[in-house]
Design a protein around this ligand. Structure first.
Ligand code: 13P
Length: 264
């Protein structure tokens, strides 16, 4: 029991994985785990973020899960509405397909696909204005950490966010702290380091909004079944954004179970 009243969220970010037949198996297997050992939604919310092309079929397949599993988009367009924007998926199109959640600002998008602050803030604006809930990702590189800039970088990313969020919209936001050096590397931030950054983020959020105490701050970066419990035990870690380990139903389920049990 951590003392926090925030319901933890465990979100599987599938990134550019898997092929369709594997995706079906993964969902099937996750549903079996949830059937055999349901995780109360009041103890932990479970969500998956498949590729854009799989969003609706995954959502459909999850309809009869024993426990509600939410479907999250990995990204959205920096352009709103509908129109002549080849290749894009807007906030309104997501909403229209009952996809109510979206990741924004993942470091892979920032680093590999040119998502800069102006694009990210445009995405945040459109998502919130369309009534979506967002998981906004922040995190420093190894170089920035070694230069002692980690906190400054992360808090700046929170400031970027706050520049476009209207007062009431804060309740539709979660933060994911994902130190870039811990993503896909097997190097998790220690629970102490992660908690220290989450505490700084929490303090920053409290200065920006009255909802600051209630905003879930997820940790991401090599979260696995065997380190989830120690992370979950940290008071300001309110869930996990899981990459690699979310592609195996067993490890993903165990991570969710660790958060559900440790936080309650
Ligand atoms: P890994 O869990 O594979 O390190 O990925 C973390 C991540 O980027 C989730 O968004």
């Amino acid at each position: 029991m951590s003392g926090s009243t925030i319901t933890p969220w465990v979100v599987g970010n599938w990134k550019m994985n898997p092929m369709q037949s594997d995706s079906q198996q993964l969902i099937q297997s996750l549903k079996q785990y949830l059937q055999a050992g349901p995780i109360d939604v009041a103890q932990c919310r479970i969500a998956v973020a498949p590729t854009a092309i799989a969003l609706l079929s995954v959502q459909q397949q999850l309809q009869d899960a024993a426990v509600e599993v939410l479907t999250v988009a990995q990204d959205l367009s920096r352009v709103a509405g509908t129109g002549a924007y080849t290749g894009e998926v807007s906030a309104e199109l997501l909403k229209d397909s009952a996809i109510h959640y979206v990741l924004i600002g993942h470091s892979e998008r920032r680093e590999l696909f040119g998502d800069d602050v102006s694009q990210i803030t445009a995405k945040v604006t459109h998502a919130l204005n369309a009534g979506l809930q967002i998981i906004y990702c922040v995190g420093e590189s190894l170089e920035q950490r070694e230069q002692g800039l980690a906190e400054q970088v992360v808090l700046q990313q929170i400031c970027d966010l706050s520049s476009v969020v209207k007062a009431e919209q804060w309740q539709n936001i979660k933060i994911a702290y994902e130190p870039i050096w811990a993503i896909g590397t097997g190097k998790t931030a220690s629970p102490e380091d992660a908690q220290a950054m989450h505490e700084k983020i929490r303090a920053g959020l409290k200065q920006l909004t009255g909802y600051g105490q209630d905003i879930a701050i997820l940790y991401g970066g090599s979260v696995k079944a065997d380190n989830a419990e120690a992370l979950a035990a940290c008071p300001d870690i309110n869930g996990a954004l899981v990459g690699g380990a979310s592609l195996q139903a067993e490890s993903f389920y165990k991570i969710a179970q660790a958060f559900a049990q440790t936080k309650h």
